[in-house]
Design a binder for this molecule. Structure first.
Ligand code: AP5
Length: 182
């Protein structure tokens, strides 16, 4: 049973929703960089202040900042984990590989959630988070295509990708994720 996983996919594909369910079921640490950054903004920290405007535009917060957050959490955790929303570009993926080598904790599986843009847009517009207006969602999709989608080939080459169709009810998708993990 995989205990070190990544969830990859465009904004609104259901990474957070599915990661939370699987983490609870398998007793894994769920690490969402988006959630951690929003908590920093909420708490009014210097890190949050640095991230806030970037997130509002739907662009990526600096690699150094995000890496520091993930590194701290993984180094101090003793068990399985599930990363959601990280890595987001090749530089982050390479830095993660180095960190995991240092910790002797290789990734076992990358779950790739696939969903049409039209459905993503509808899901996000009906959620209404601060960065869920149409212009920002389109920018997040663009950033995903340009910077994050290349990770699919990166992890495919390592034989780690499990593709999951993310359309349908939350429970249906959750079952596909479990089936995909084998
Ligand atoms: P982040 O929080 O990671 O946002 P995102 O990738 O845009 O993802 P979302 O949370 O929008 O979607 P999701 O796929 O998790 O879907 P969810 O389950 O929430 O990042 C936000 C920002 O932080 C970034 O833009 C960037 O600025 C910054 N950031 C984060 N990580 C970073 C990094 N590593 N490096 C640099 N910057 C970083 O579902 C979406 C909605 O759909 C919800 O309302 C949910 O209830 C609903 N839903 C889910 N599943 C279903 C279903 N099956 N049917 C119907 N509705 C569903």
């Amino acid at each position: 049973m995989s205990k070190r996983l990544l969830f990859l996919g465009p904004p609104g594909a259901g990474k957070g929703t599915q990661a939370q369910l699987l983490a609870a079921e398998r007793d894994l640490l769920h690490l969402s960089t988006g959630e951690l950054l929003r908590a920093e903004v909420q708490a009014g920290t210097a890190l949050g202040a640095e991230a806030q405007a970037v997130m509002a535009r739907g662009e990526l917060v600096s690699d150094a900042l995000v890496l520091a957050i993930v590194r701290d959490r993984l180094i101090s955790h003793d068990g399985g984990w599930l990363l959601d929303g990280f890595p987001r570009n090749l530089a982050q993926a390479e830095a993660l590989s180095e960190l995991l080598e240092e910790l002797n904790q290789p990734i076992e599986c990358v779950v790739l959630l696939q969903l049409d843009d039209g459905i993503l847009l509808q899901r996000l517009l009906s959620r209404g988070r601060d960065d869920d207006n149409e212009a920002v969602i389109r920018n997040r999709l663009e950033v995903y295509r340009e910077q994050t989608a290349p990770l699919i080939a990166f992890y495919r080459q390592l034989g780690l990708i499990r593709e999951v169709e993310a359309e349908g009810a939350v429970e249906t998708v959750a079952q596909r994720v479990v089936d995909g993990l084998g």
